[in-house]
Design a protein around this ligand. Sequence first.
Ligand SMILES: Cc1cc2nc3c(=O)[nH]c(=O)nc-3n(C[C@H](O)[C@H](O)[C@H](O)COP(=O)(O)OP(=O)(O)OC[C@H]3O[C@@H](n4cnc5c(N)ncnc54)[C@H](O)[C@@H]3O)c2cc1C
Length: 803
Amino acid sequence: MPIVAATKESIAPAAEALVNGEMVAFPTETVYGLGANALDAAAVTKVFACKERPRFNPLIVHVLGLDQAQSYAAVNETARKLAERFWPGPLSLVLPRKRNCAIADLVTAGLNTVALRAPNHPVARALLETAKLPIAAPSANRSGCVSPTTAAHVEAELGELPAMILDGGPCKLGLESTVLGIKGDQVTLLRLGALSRQEIENVLGRKLAMHVAGGKVSSPGQLSIHYAPATPLRLEARTPRGGEAFLAFGPHAPLYAGPMINLSEQGDLSEATNKFFAALRSLDAIGATAIAVMPIPNQGLGEAINDRLQRAAQARLPSPASRFDDARTTAPKRPSEATLDAMVRIVGEDHAIREPAAMAPYLVEWRDRYVGRAALVLKPASAAEVAAILKRANETRTDIVPQGGNTGLVGGQIPFESGHEVVVSLSRMTHVRDIDLNGNTMTVEAGLVLANAQAVAASAGRLFPLSLASEGSCQIGGVLATNAGGTAVLAYGSARDLTLGLEVVLADGRVWNGLKRLRKDNSGYDLKDLFIGSEGTLGIITAAVLRLLPKPAEIVTAFAGLSHLESAAAFFTRAYALAGPMLTAFELLPRIGLDFVLKHGAATRDPLHSAHPWYVLFELSSQRDDGEVARLAEMLLSEGIEAKEIDDAVIAASLAQRRELWRLRELMSEVQKHEGGSIKHDVAVPVARMPEFIARANQLVELMIPGARPVPFGHLGDGNIHYNVSQPPSMDRAVFLANWEALNAAVHEIVLDLDGSISAEHGIGRLKRDLLRHAKQPLELEMMRKIKNAFDPYGILNPGKLL
Ligand SMILES: Cc1cc2nc3c(=O)[nH]c(=O)nc-3n(C[C@H](O)[C@H](O)[C@H](O)COP(=O)(O)OP(=O)(O)OC[C@H]3O[C@@H](n4cnc5c(N)ncnc54)[C@H](O)[C@@H]3O)c2cc1C
């Protein structure tokens, strides 16, 4: 049993163990350290091995004070000033290594800097004085796990591996030291910690530069994945959900019958810091489904707590490699040449692609986020050909990826990198089978491009109202498989609401003819609704009966500038109350998005005279051409201005002006490409909570990626926001995009906390598959899996997507 009470008697053998190249765990005022002689490479190797710590991650060396520090590092005036003020204490300084510095290279991970700290704990100081050595000591836990704040924590994690664990009671501060890098005059905050940023800035008399996350590790404590409990964390949680443990903060924490620790009922951040790691450990031990963590104010020591929470949450995200592994019970295998040849014969050589170069357009999605490989691309011409392909695939367990116009934004239509899947493109199935003007329906094949479907309806004097910015490429099959939304959902609903019947080829090759034209059919389960939104995982849609509507005779489009986001929700309520079903679109745009459009979009201009923080673009439509909607629009705008909900507005005076206004909205997504990397979220929250969502998400972005630029826009009337975030202008694109999953996870936590959805209209696909498990109730997932197994028992349809 290596735990020994830290007394004068036990310090001497502990110091001797260090001199002899052993490891000793000891308390500091921050956390317990796992110490070794910093001059002895073999001893330090033991620390890396015991912690399973990556060798590129340097260690902090503990010294008695400035005199000893100067033996190993160049201490300039700035460093001296800080050390004199904060040493001994929770501050580590990363300084240039002296030429003759005797500290082992392993300690500094081969860098030309060394991290030094003078601890303030009496046991740590007694150990340093007695051993007369610099002690390299990271936290005494396995790499990536929660830092220990008691001797018992150390023992639970490292057992008998250290020669001794000196027990000096619980650590006073409970959080690691703050780490500063000093290069000449420049001081960079490398890790937030137990000494607050403000205290340091007060001594320096200036703001600290902040280390940008990502890239090469240049000091201890920079790994983005760290300090993580085994239980997943749900950040920004205002209320816990059943089965969760709850880490609360402050006097307004909700009552919870489940396991709960309040870090500080008084809202005291020092107390919270002190209890933080120990509380995480206790809640982790409970075996809850997740630890829900209340928002912690991001100021003073709260910054460091939030930093650890972010890293801990990131550590629970599954690695991309794990995604495909558990998609099915058998490993994907390459189909035999005989199977591929047989499939090619079904469509004919001219409609099959085998060469990788010719396949390329089918293997990459429009943002280049996913690039896959395939054994074959097939372009069948009929439901019978699709049926023959699926029959063969089911018999040979060949994985199939259905593809429409390849405009999906969640990677569902792109095969994985194995190269074993067969892509089935519906692009040749473009026939309009029937138009029924009495019944107001049209029956079309799945490969018909949406814009062409709209044109067919228009030429028959009807409206097919589904409208997306990708309508020039996306196909009816893809639109139905993703249950696409767009700008007209407010009045006409999403793809599901516009579909009366389907023809679907099942996984085993049988064809279900469900092409009914009925508005009413209560004869059992609605099977078509299962396939709509199933993203190619239950069957391949080959044709659909779509609803047609009367063409509007009068449309009025208006664009208004607003000072406050809150007014957008109020103005929407007013518009809906006044216009009801005549309100056919209500879109939100932020000024930054308009700036991007005006900067990068050809032939665009600001429709208003001055800049406004927010804009809404809305449309009123009527079947009668009697000026009613124009009068209504004017009344609405003047009421809105009087109520101070909007500041200024313009009404399109011609079709050309109407198109110009819509172009501002339609370019919103595309122009972000010119501003560097963009991390996207397609989420829905109740309309009234939209301002709260955007405010909380913006705060989070600033916390996680300072300087990043949120561009929230979208279908306000549906509560659907595309919460896109453009990179900080000076940041490397790849470094920024490395935050994608962590930011997604954190933003989605806010969404779920507001009773929203992590996918409003783009679907789940590959991008959000792991998130789905977190966002859905276990019972919902169980029902979905049962449906999948019933329709596709061998899992050949789009495996690794959605479920
Ligand atoms: C600029 C831009 C703007 C967009 N705006 C919107 C928007 O406002 N609202 C919105 O909802 N979406 C939007 N999207 C997303 C996208 O356009 C839609 O998801 C669209 O419905 C996809 O159709 P697609 O034919 O391109 O399908 P694909 O991208 O080819 O496939 C999408 C999914 O459907 C499956 N699939 C395709 N065809 C079939 C079929 N016949 N049978 C079974 N499964 C099939 C695929 O396997 C995949 O899982 C936008 C995309 C872009 C690029």
